[in-house]
Design a protein around this ligand. Structure first.
Ligand code: UD1
Length: 351
């Protein structure tokens, strides 16, 4: 039996772990220990995912949250190290690009415990993003890199990863597995939905912490909402900044929703506007056109396929993109993200 210790902490990691933990725990040669760093901690940012998606209860909850990057990552590093020393796993698995990912990979590496990184090789080429720094460092110190797309593989090759002592494995995208598995379990939210609407989310620091960008986005959403209803589950970070900056969204803002409700919202929407990485792909899985409120994306194949358009954070550019993408047919049939068996491939490889 191999003992894998998985580290999660932020919302998108709960979705990914839901898929992988299920197959991992069913595998005859694997056992799993789950660690929650505490980065996301609200009922609707964390607990609801564990409950609705049948994610096993974490074996260790580190309770680190609400701190700056240095303190957050530092405290996680220290606490994860303590857990690793007592649990002595055969390997550590981390997901994506958050501070929890970086802290987990670094703690394990320093203890000479092999690290597996799921969602390796993604790049925005924007080093001002904390996520980009987290990804690059995590990839470099990982032993097994599970990459989701050809674009990701090309990035790793360009950075010389074929010269390093690590293994590169094409797994496909675990978020596609999740979309397939949970699609039938989608659940209507408690609030009323318009017959036709645009589904929006905003949470990236590059948007929330830049007043000019945030103002452009808010103005554009308010304008779009005059013609097509906009529904926006609002991230706690964004809510706080809007209040502090006295910016007002006139659209339907709702509390963050769980994954099953999110799938319902995506399926019922007309189009999607977001700065989230995961939602860009989920739009594609459910054949919805997507406007991305960023200047670059890690999921460039969606832009090439015409399913996603980068509109940045400028009012005029967002509205122009909205007019162009509204009503666009998305085929979503090109297996860009694998076959929905990424979780199984990862478990087999780890075993
Ligand atoms: C983090 C990740 C980002 C990921 C996102 C998903 C990093 C650097 N960023 O960004 O890659 O896409 O999660 O949501 O790791 N807060 C609450 N309640 C919660 C969670 C957060 O109030 O349940 C507050 C925090 O206290 C903090 C702010 O929201 O003040 C931001 O949270 P944080 O985890 O730092 O970053 P995210 O924006 O969520």
């Amino acid at each position: 039996m191999k003992k894998i210790l998985t580290i999660v902490g932020a919302r998108p990691q709960f979705v990914k772990a839901a898929v992988v933990s299920r197959v991992l725990r069913a595998h005859e040669r694997l056992t799993e220990i789950l660690v929650h760093t505490g980065q996301h901690y609200d009922q609707n940012m964390s607990d609801i995912f564990f409950k609705e998606m049948d994610i096993p209860r974490p074996d260790h909850h580190l309770g680190v949250h609400g701190l700056g990057h240095g303190a957050m990552t530092g405290q996680m590093l220290e606490k994860i190290e303590t857990v690793l020393i007592s649990e002595k796993p055969d390997g550590v698995m981390v997901y994506g690009d958050t501070n929890s990912t970086l802290a987990g990979a670094l703690a394990a590496r320093k203890l000479h415990i092999p690290v597996a990184h799921v969602e390796a090789g993604l790049r925005s080429f924007n080093m001002r993003m904390p996520e980009e720094v987290n990804r690059i460092v995590t990839d470099r110190i990982s032993d097994i890199l599970f990459y989701p797309t050809e674009t990701a593989r090309n990035n790793l090759m360009r950075e010389g990863f074929s010269n390093f002592s690590c293994r590169l494995i094409k797994s496909g995208d675990v978020m596609y597995d999740a979309a397939l598995f949970y699609s039938d379990r989608a659940k209507a939210p408690m609030f009323d939905l318009p017959a036709e609407f645009l589904l929006a989310t905003i949470h990236r620091a590059e948007n929330t912490d830049d007043r000019e960008r945030l103002t452009g986005i808010v103005k554009a959403i308010n304008e779009i909402h005059r013609g097509l209803s906009v529904v926006l589950p609002i991230h706690p970070r964004t809510k706080k900044v809007l209040e502090d900056q006295h910016l007002e969204l006139t659209c339907q803002c709702v509390d963050p929703v769980g994954y099953l409700e999110m799938v319902h919202l995506i399926k019922s929407s007309t189009l999607i506007m977001t700065d989230s990485g995961g939602l860009q792909k989920e739009a594609y899985f459910f054949k919805k056109p997507c406007l991305t409120l960023r200047d670059e994306t890690e999921w460039t194949e969606l832009v090439s396929a015409g399913a996603n358009r980068l509109v940045g954070a400028e009012y005029a550019k967002i509205l122009e993109g909205f007019i162009e993408m509204r009503g666009r047919e998305i085929s979503g049939n090109d297996a860009l993200y694998g076959n929905g068996d990424a979780g199984q491939k990862i478990a087999d490889e780890l075993a």
